[in-house]
Design a binder for this molecule. Structure first.
Ligand code: SER
Length: 387
């Protein structure tokens, strides 16, 4: 099943259960949201989780592009991407958690053919503010699915304040042996679907108050589930990356970890630019800049003559088309301009760092000077000194 079929199966299943499909938003969260980028399908829905009536009703389903920088250093393993799509469902004060988990279980096993024997779940075990999630625990026990109880791992929040709640996560076994152990003890259990009982709001002082309604917010990583259903060893081998894996190695021979990083970061950068972000030294623009600099650092490590001018237009247009964004040529021009800027910065950096003053160990004052006077960020200085 490719990702398009997976999306269709998911959306139709929930439409059959009374959900209305809403259009996904861009990667840029609504004003006032505490994060730089949309990291989950619930961001654009925050006002409705807090009680405002949604024009399409109380049961919603969608596909939302997300970007997670917290996982940047995990990119390259088999399950993490910087930009990914999340299939999401919401009960806005309508049905409760066990109903959501039951539909999730049925869709995975009956609709998508996952072997029930390969599933494990986790539920919130309770802390000093909120009691254990007994109804989710009971549901899983009734379905005969193994459950593990945790505390921090089963509490979901968008930021330090705002809507939050206990969650129940569904894991799929990816090992070569029959399933063993539990999700917190064996990482061959891969999380595929999170169901959050979004009923609380955390205030500035850390206390919790009930939201005006009891919601359920669920999110399932599209590329991750697709790669598992397709029997692929990593997200980089699911159909989304087909053109990347076909064209990039022919252009730049790279080892597998570098290939994954280059494909992930370039694809993410294209989507971020497609959503209107421009490179900058702070905020969203700095995330974009870091993604591109990481790509260029990997490419130039082996061959400084490599450049983004060689990037096949098909990869840019395929990515923009997938996310319904436009403007292949302006995106390519922007990537090239950023590459030129980085080359100039590196040249300047090498010259400055060759001065006798910077030959020995650097102190905080040196880092400040290099940053403020020469525009050289700390991580760039560190990597130039390692050359
Ligand atoms: N908000 C939850 C998550 O991101 C469920 O969608 O995991």
């Amino acid at each position: 099943m490719n990702t398009e079929q997976l999306i269709r199966t998911f959306v139709e299943y929930y439409e059959d259960h009374g959900h209305r499909r809403i259009t996904g938003s861009t990667l840029l969260p609504p004003p006032g949201d505490p994060v730089l980028f949309t990291t989950s399908g619930m961001h654009p829905l925050t006002p409705y989780l807090e009680g405002r009536p949604h024009p399409l009703g109380r049961r919603l389903v969608n596909v939302q592009r997300c970007l997670r920088t917290t996982d940047l250093d995990e990119v390259g393993d088999s399950t993490h991407l910087t930009v990914f799509e999340m299939l999401g469902t919401w009960s806005l004060g309508d049905y409760e958690g066990p109903q959501s988990l039951d539909w999730g279980y049925r869709l995975l096993t009956e609709g998508l053919g996952v072997d029930p024997g390969l599933l494990h779940t986790t539920v919130f075990g309770g802390d000093d503010q909120v009691g254990p999630d007994v109804s989710s625990l009971r549901l899983w026990q009734e379905r005969g699915v193994p459950v593990e109880e945790t505390v921090e791992d089963n509490w979901w929040s968008n930021g330090p304040v705002g809507p939050c709640g206990p969650d129940s996560e569904i894991f799929l076994w990816t090992g070569d042996t029959p399933p063993r152990s539990t999700p917190t003890r064996d990482d061959r259990w891969v999380e595929v679907w999170n169901h959050v009982m979004m009923r609380h709001r955390r205030l500035d002082d850390g206390s919790l108050v009930p939201l005006p309604q009891r919601n359920v917010d669920t999110g399932l990583g599209l590329e991750r589930l697709a790669s598992l259903l397709q029997g692929r060893p990593s997200v980089f081998e699911c159909d989304v990356f087909e053109p990347w894996r076909r064209l990039v190695p022919a252009l730049w021979p790279l080892d597998e970890p570098s290939l994954r990083l280059v494909c992930d970061h370039l694809r993410s950068a294209v989507v971020v630019v497609g959503d209107g972000v421009r490179p900058a030294n702070t905020g969203q623009g700095y995330v974009l800049r870091r993604l591109l600099r990481r790509v260029l650092t990997v490419l130039w490590r082996e061959d400084p003559s490599r450049g983004l001018g060689d990037l096949p237009g098909e990869l840019v247009s395929h990515t923009l088309g997938h996310f319904r964004q436009g403007g292949t040529e302006p995106v390519r021009r922007l990537l090239l301009e950023e590459e030129r800027r980085f080359r100039r910065l590196l040249e300047r950096g090498r010259k400055v760092l060759a001065r006798p003053r910077f030959r020995g160990p650097l102190g905080e004052e040196d880092f400040h000077y290099l940053h403020d006077t020469h525009g050289l960020p700390r991580e760039l200085v560190t990597s130039l000194r390692e050359e």
